[in-house]
Design a protein around this ligand. Structure first.
Ligand code: HEM
Length: 418
């Protein structure tokens, strides 16, 4: 079915569209590739075009100074190109190898159980955003970086402020006053904090198996991360892995609540949790769009693109492209269709995908197992203002009881995440 909706990029910023942007995304995908007249951005929404842009060496991730993000960015892994990107990615990669991440599975399960117990103690309803989905990735990455528990709330606040730096400017001049000051305060807070933490860690001879120690120790051919690179990497990990993973959990729970047959299926077959995560990444992607700049002239579809043109890659539109996905608007956790772009593609493919998949699968299984008769308060569902990393701001769910304590002590996790 084709809609009569005119492709208007600015509509993605409309709060009324945010709960369900997929009709707008369909119109944008069908019109793409095309240049948005208001912003001059080349809109890319078809699955094949998105992937070819993300893998094209003529396309740059260095958006600093291009005026397409609302707030200036620091030079980090995400906005550098080869060879600087290749070097940083190699050094950081060892901290995110599946073997390293897998060691954290029992701890992630414990944190989920702690959160369920806190929810159970709080009555017969909860806001899943503040009680479950946000604290989980923050606690996990803070523990991985060696940040003590009492400092987690301030980290969550700073990470939320810095989230503004990734949002693209879909309407020219969209910068929100006050946001820049908030971002600066958060950056200064992170820099001071991580400088101290890294200095302490260097002076502490006790071996530790956390990500920060891996990053400090990371060395290849005599090359190491500098102090500044280490600090920027720590900030990026917190910011990149926080709201995205929270939205994976929230979008997943929401889809399960709206498709009770799929929730029941996951209850019956917890081994489907991994496939359910892939389907959420496709059906309601936490990262809806990313930006690029044409470094040299190139062709996208049948459009000639001049050097310097900003590109908007609509991952959320590509993930529902009927050319790639059968029956794309159907949520089906047994789909077994791995072709989504939820973690992007090419050299900048999400560094934390193994961790995100593990946290997502454990959290969705825990929700399916622990929440008896969950009911979504549809009137209380609201969305955060960001368009790139999109997800709920409040999501109240009531329940008959929370079944806690299902994790086997010392178990490897099969009970929660087959
Ligand atoms: C469901 C959760 C997540 C989603 C949907 C997601 C999505 C993405 C996407 C789309 C990119 C590509 C950005 C670009 O090319 O402009 C990316 C990159 C990245 N992600 Fe994730 N991410 C998630 C979780 C995480 C976690 C848990 C971490 C780490 C703790 C993480 C760390 C990173 C880093 C460091 C990059 C930059 C990689 C590079 O540029 O080489 N992400 N992520």
């Amino acid at each position: 079915m084709t809609t009569s909706l005119s492709p208007d990029l600015a509509r993605l910023s409309d709060p009324a569209v945010r709960p369900d942007p997929y009709e707008v995304l369909r119109a944008l995908r069908e019109a793409s590739p095309y240049t948005d007249p208001a912003s001059g951005i080349l809109v890319v929404g078809r699955r094949a075009d998105c992937e070819s842009v993300l893998r094209n060496p003529k396309v740059s991730s260095d958006r600093r100074g291009a005026g397409i993000t609302k707030v200036p960015q620091m030079p980090n892994l995400m906005n550098l190109d080869a060879p600087d990107h290749t070097r940083l990615r190699r050094l950081a990669g060892r901290a995110f190898k599946p073997r390293v991440i897998e060691q954290w599975r029992p701890r992630v399960e414990e944190i989920v159980e702690e959160l369920l117990q806190e929810i159970a103690a709080g009555g017969d309803s909860t806001d899943l955003v503040s009680a479950f989905a946000y604290p989980l990735p923050v606690r996990v990455i803070c523990e991985m970086l060696g940040v003590p528990r009492e400092d987690h709330p301030v980290f969550e606040r700073w990470a939320r402020s810095i989230a503004y730096t990734v949002d693209p400017q879909l309407v020219p001049g969209q910068l929100t006053t006050g946001v820049e000051a908030e971002v600066e305060e958060a950056r200064a807070g992170f820099v001071g904090y991580f400088s101290r933490l890294i200095a302490e860690r260097r002076n502490d001879p006790a071996p530790r198996a956390d990500v920060l120690s891996e990053l400090i120790a990371a060395e290849e051919s005599g090359d190491q991360l500098t102090e500044t690179e280490l600090i920027i990497m720590c900030i990026l990990l917190l910011v990149a892995g926080h709201e995205t993973t929270a939205n994976l959990i929230l979008n997943g729970v929401l889809s399960l609540l709206r498709h009770p047959d799929q929730l029941e299926l996951l209850r019956q077959r917890p081994e489907l949790a991994g496939a359910a995560v892939e389907e959420v990444l496709r059906y309601d992607a936490p990262a809806q769009m990313i930006t690029r700049i044409a470094r040299e002239p190139l062709t996208v579809g049948d459009v000639e693109v001049a050097a310097g043109t900003p590109l908007l890659v609509l991952l959320g539109a590509a993930n529902r492209d009927p050319e790639e996905h059968r029956d794309p608007d159907t949520f089906d956790i047994t789909r077994g269709d791995p072709g989504h772009l939820g973690f992007a593609a090419g050299p900048h493919f999400c560094l934390g995908s193994v961790l995100a998949r593990m946290e997502g699968a454990i959290a969705l299984n825990a929700f399916a197992r622990a929440f008896a008769d969950p009911v979504l308060d549809t009137g209380a569902l609201s969305y955060r203002p960001h368009v790139a990393v999109r997800g709920p701001e409040r999501m109240r769910v009531s329940f008959r009881e929370i079944r806690t304590g299902a994790r086997r002590p010392g178990g490897a996790g099969e009970a929660l995440d087959g």
